[in-house]
Design a protein around this ligand. Structure first.
Ligand code: GLN
Length: 299
């Protein structure tokens, strides 16, 4: 009888297969994620089982996963998850895959939010995340700041379904209110007051969307990417809307595309309500986040 394949050997075969395809960078990392997924193991279980026989009844699932990866499907849509801020989030093609730079936005908003809390002597800050996608921003903040409350708005009901699953997974469902709607529209209709407005909106200029790498343009939701003719449509509408709320939010935190931060900072200053503007660079030294602080902070 033929000697059964060990998990290690299955991993080596999978890596050599993926190395021959065009679509995969970081082959070893991807193979590890696919094996964890197919074998329903975490990283340490996988390492401990390295020399064990590969369960043959999972071979077809592994081959299908490798095939999809070879076709260009992002690994996160195959495994159905992505880590963000050390937490695991469920993802599907209805939502943008969380990017690591967004962690810096969460950190910066948390930093300014805490200072705002001290200033106002108020623990329960009201925060709105517009275009919440998988819900990573409000869910992570809810885990970090249990006293805060969140509106999570998205135009896509499927994205809201995913975000709500993630909120349940992390036991913060009661801190979040999910609302379907376009940008700030639903909050303007309700005339709610919010302390902090956050958004990582679609920001790719429409004509550039087709030039994105295939893994992004063919699989991630267009709705989460296309930011209108100049890519700045959502920032313009969000800043205008923020000025029409009951009172302007004390903090605005945006993620922006490469080369957009200075324009968005100018838009915030020009709106008149947020004099103090901070630009935060990401780990690649790209100006990535724009934080606007209400005029009362200048006092
Ligand atoms: N807020 C989500 C994220 O940061 C989705 C962003 C989007 O779809 N543009 O990943």
């Amino acid at each position: 009888m033929e000697k059964p394949l060990t998990i290690r050997e299955a991993y080596l075969q999978a890596s050599s297969f993926l190395s021959t395809t065009r679509n995969t960078q970081d082959v070893q990392h991807v193979c590890r994620l696919l094996l964890e997924h197919v074998l329903e193991m975490d990283r340490s279980e996988l390492l401990l089982s390295w020399q064990e026989p590969f369960p043959m009844e999972r071979m077809e699932a592994l081959q299908q996963a490798l095939q999809r990866k070879a076709e260009g499907v992002p690994v996160q849509y195959i495994t159905g998850e992505q880590e963000f801020f050390g937490f695991t989030f469920r993802v599907s093609p209805a939502v943008l895959i969380p990017r690591p730079e967004t962690e810096l936005l969460v950190e910066r908003v948390q930093y300014w939010g805490r200072r705002l809390s001290d200033r106002l002597g108020k623990h329960s800050l009201k925060t709105a995340d517009i275009g919440t996608g998988s819900g990573i921003i409000p869910i992570t903040l809810a885990l970090l700041e249990p006293d805060w409350q969140f509106y999570a708005v998205d135009l896509s009901p499927d994205a809201l379904g995913m975000a709500s699953q993630n909120a349940e997974l992390h036991h913060v469902r009661d801190k979040l209110e999910f609302i379907e709607g376009d940008l700030l529209q639903p909050l303007l209709e309700r005339q709610v007051d919010i302390d902090i407005l956050i958004s990582n909106p679609p920001y790719i200029p429409s004509t550039d969307v087709l030039e994105l790498q295939p893994e992004v343009k063919d699989y991630e939701p267009l709705l989460a990417l296309d930011g209108g003719a100049d890519g700045l449509r959502c920032y313009r509408e969000l800043i205008e809307g923020a000025g029409q709320l009951g009172r302007p939010p004390h903090i605005i935190g945006f993620e922006t595309g490469a080369g957009q931060a200075a324009d968005v900072a100018d838009m915030l200053r020009a709106a008149g309500n947020w004099d103090r503007v901070e630009i935060v660079k990401d780990l690649a030294e790209i100006e990535r986040h724009v934080i606007g602080l209400g005029n009362e902070w200048a006092l």
